[in-house]
Design a binder for this molecule. Structure first.
Ligand SMILES: *Cc1c(COP(=O)(O)O)cnc(C)c1O
Length: 400
């Protein structure tokens, strides 16, 4: 049976966590109980009134939500259209990641877990995890690629200041993929007391769905904010960058079924899609299994994962979440990519045009403004996933 004929849940996973042909839970037996415990309980907890109250209270008073939907007047004039920026950079800790970690720390509490582990690329997810662990007084161990620890030193310092232990991952490209492998290894060794806070819409079911639901607050707010601003709750385009795909999933979530809303995801093309130094999974990937789920990933003909490359540590990942693999193959979403150079140029443009310095990851989303044709009547929403403070050293080196 073709699962995609089921229209209500076409973009939501079935009982086994499949979006079309992608998803599922491919896990070692040692993790079966943990993942099964989470799978059978996550919706029950999330739908519980006391959970929702705790979640909404923290989103408001700790994260600082709702985040503004800002009309970018000068950028709009430049591109001859109407552009709004969803200001996730104004979330506590400077990126959308904290929406998910706040939700998952409440989940860990409900599950009675005392020890928290996480992987991190740019360090934003590590910081967001260390933050909620400090808030709740829970032990926190963050795995981070050795290369990323160097290029994102301020975030390492922030995690340590909040009491987290940061463990370097020294294998492979010493980046996000390798940190994820280390975190999974830790989880296998501590299945009883540990909750693994995955930082994107990746991993075994139910993580992709759970993280998308926590991040869906982004599009929930866009709807009423755009309605207040224009009388219409639907944009014509939503643009977001994709590493694993959580800010994009959150920004798309409430528009998935609205076919008139064009969903545009932007991946990192590194030094060029065909340069051998890229992280553009939808352009280069084939179906395979990585970190617990079936999705598109960059691999050799015999299934070895290809080392990704991107100037931005948060997009330096050889896969994407199964929802995105499905949106791409079903053509519901449009998957584009931007090079390191194009992202740097876009970061500079946004800084000078609107007075907002974006994260390098986020800058990839802005780079597609140049790659599309816009109409004056378009209502374009760009997810401004994070602020650029952590990337200042790179900007100072590259933008002379
Ligand atoms: C981590 C990060 C990303 C990429 O992660 P997604 O799960 O794809 O959202 C994008 N932007 C910022 C600012 C990040 O910190």
């Amino acid at each position: 049976m073709n699962k995609s004929t089921n229209s209500i849940s076409e973009f939501h996973p079935d009982h086994h966590g499949y979006y079309g042909m992608f998803g599922g839970a491919f896990i070692p037996e040692m993790l079966y109980r943990n993942v099964e415990e989470l799978r059978t309980q996550y919706l029950q907890h999330m739908n519980d009134a006391s959970f929702q109250k705790d979640f909404q209270d923290l989103l408001r008073d700790f994260v600082g939500r709702p985040t503004p939907l800002f009309y970018a007047k000068r950028l709009s004039e430049k591109y001859g259209t109407q552009i709004w920026l969803k200001r996730e950079d104004l979330c506590h800790t400077g990126a959308h990641k904290v929406n998910n970690t706040v939700g998952q720390i409440l989940m860990a509490e409900r599950l009675g877990k005392k020890r928290i582990i996480a992987e991190t690329g740019a360090g934003q997810h590590g910081v967001a995890t260390a933050t909620v662990c400090a808030l709740k007084g829970l032990e926190c161990i963050v795995y981070m690629g050795e290369k990323d620890m160097q290029r994102q030193a301020p975030n390492v310092a922030r995690m340590r200041m909040m009491g987290a232990k940061v463990v370097p991952a020294t294998s492979g490209s010493k980046t996000l993929k390798d940190a994820t492998n280390e975190a999974i290894r830790d989880w296998i060794n501590h299945p009883e007391d540990t909750h693994y806070i995955i930082g994107s819409v990746v991993g075994p079911h139910p993580y992709p769905d759970m993280v998308a639901r926590f991040q869906s607050v982004i599009s929930e707010e866009i709807k009423w904010q755009l309605k207040d601003a224009t009388g219409n709750e639907e944009p014509t385009h939503v643009i977001a960058c994709v590493g694993g795909g959580s800010n994009a999933a959150g920004a798309f979530y409430h528009f998935l079924e609205s076919v008139s809303v064009e969903l545009i995801a932007v991946e990192a093309a590194g030094e060029g899609v065909d340069s051998g130094k890229s992280a553009a999974t939808t352009a280069l990937g084939t179906p395979g299994i990585l970190h617990g789920s079936k999705s598109l990933l960059m691999q050799t003909a015999d299934g070895q994962v290809v080392e990704p490359h991107s100037i931005s540590a948060g997009l330096d990942y050889p896969g994407i979440g199964p929802l995105h693999a499905h949106l791409h193959t079903s053509k519901r979403g449009k998957y584009l990519h931007a090079t390191d150079e194009e992202a740097l140029e876009a970061a500079s443009e946004l800084s000078r045009t609107e007075g907002i310095i974006p994260a390098l990851e986020t800058a990839h989303a802005f780079a597609v403004l140049k790659k599309m044709q816009w109409k004056p009547s378009d209502r374009v929403v760009i997810c401004l996933s994070g602020r650029g403070d952590k990337d200042l050293a790179t900007y100072m080196e590259k933008l002379k």
